[in-house]
Design a protein around this ligand. Structure first.
Ligand SMILES: Cc1ncc(COP(=O)(O)O)c(C=O)c1O
Length: 391
């Protein structure tokens, strides 16, 4: 293979300030991460309720490893399924108040699995332009037509629903529950009403809403007190483990079990992870105090950063984007923050639109008022040091 070709491609990214490389962490615990053996406040993690290190989850994983081993050894349809996997699916269905649920190896694959299997040729998918890459990839694999509507633009969505009525067999509206790079919440109540008027189906990827929103942590649907046709979730964020799932009617789940290729052709989740997730769901339901604290810290950080004249989008979720705009400025800011003990990643195109590079902050329920004061103070000092203009 001609390695020069790779050099050219990578050079292009470097020239645009878009080259990416993961930061190495030696360990992470609670709100801290160890980078080069130095403790940093970790503002890049989706461990929203701090469950990754919960002893109950760790013990459950260790016990499961002793009983089942560390791997699952094959796809569930060909190798058989552990009773733990079934137990977790029942727990997820009960948690989301649906008839059934199906596990996937990641949230990414759950999205790809649903969208490649459910909408068919002759159907249409209406997809929010800010949807997560895994929904976009699912759309790409689908045989249905795909129409992208402007972010949360209900007028355009209605127009597209109306146009679709006489053309397509079925119409699926697909949206993130909480948008991953901006932290805003889909207008699910309005989407649901439109879907009812136009006999469309609603598919919600609630990766960042599950465990975080609603009194019982059921996510965006609980927040709006509504129900949707297909709920997709991940076990990798507030749940504190890894894996993904779909929850819905018994027929939907039976269909996906037989048609969703990422379920059929992939080795099942490790029993260790499944056992930890079972433990996590028992904790999640009762974690309302943590959720309230997380919401309070998120509000406080937004307020403080705005007081310092940072461009912070409104919202109430723990994803707080600080829009800087320029790629290089954003990278420099992230680097300086790191030197001052704050690990926060620069997010640049193509993950976000050109000109909106940002530091994306994600809080967990372990943060305190003091941490928030420190973070906003350091942000302001570092911006002055780098001479980055206020927005
Ligand atoms: C909105 C959204 N959906 C899906 C995923 C993928 O989930 P997983 O990491 O479990 O594959 C992510 C992020 O990772 C996400 O932010």
């Amino acid at each position: 293979m001609n390695n020069e070709w790779f050099d050219v491609q990578l050079h292009k990214l470097k020239a645009q300030g878009l080259y990416r490389n993961p930061t190495v962490l030696n360990a992470y615990r609670s709100k801290y991460g160890m980078i080069s053996s130095t403790e940093k406040l970790n503002l890049s993690s989706n461990n929203y309720l701090g469950l990754i290190h919960d002893e109950r989850l760790i013990n459950a994983a260790v016990q499961a490893a002793k009983t089942y081993g560390v791997g699952s050894s094959g796809s569930r349809l060909t190798t058989g399924t552990s009773d733990l996997h079934i137990e977790l699916e029942n727990i997820i269905a009960k948690f989301h108040q649906t008839e059934a649920a199906l596990l996937f190896s990641s949230g990414y694959l759950a999205n790809v699995g649903v969208l490649s299997a459910l909408p068919q040729k002759g159907d249409v998918i209406l997809s929010d332009e800010w949807n997560h890459a895994s929904l976009i990839d699912g759309c790409r694999l689908s045989k249905a037509d795909v129409k992208v509507y402007k972010h949360s633009d209900m007028i355009e969505l209605e127009k597209r629903l109306s146009e679709a009525q006489s053309v397509y067999n079925r119409c699926f509206i697909v949206t993130d529950g909480v948008f991953s790079m901006d932290g805003d919440v889909a207008l699910l109540n309005e989407i649901n009403d439109l879907a009812a008027s136009y006999e469309a189906y609603v598919i919600v990827d609630d990766a960042h809403g599950t465990g975080v929103l609603g009194e019982y942590g059921r996510g965006t649907t609980e927040h709006f007190k509504i129900d949707v046709d297909v709920k997709i979730g991940t076990l990798s964020k507030a749940v504190g483990t890894e894996g993904g799932y779909v929850a819905g009617s018994a027929q939907l789940i039976d269909y996906l079990r037989n048609y969703a290729r990422p379920f059929i052709f992939q080795t099942a989740l490790s029993p260790m992870v499944v056992a930890a997730a079972i433990e996590s769901f028992a904790i999640l339901k009762q974690a309302n105090e943590k959720r309230k604290h997380l919401a309070k810290m998120s509000r406080l950080l937004r307020e403080k950063l705005k007081e310092e004249n940072f461009n912070v989008t409104d919202g109430f979720t723990p994803i707080i984007p600080v829009i800087i705009g320029d790629n290089d400025h954003t990278l420099q800011l992230a680097e300086k923050l790191n030197e001052r003990g704050i690990f926060a990643k620069a997010i640049r195109p193509p993950t976000v639109p050109i000109g909106t590079s940002r530091i994306r902050l994600c809080l967990t329920s372990d943060y305190t008022d003091r941490d928030i004061d420190y973070i906003s103070k350091v942000f302001a000092e570092v911006r002055t040091e780098l001479n980055i203009p206020t927005t």
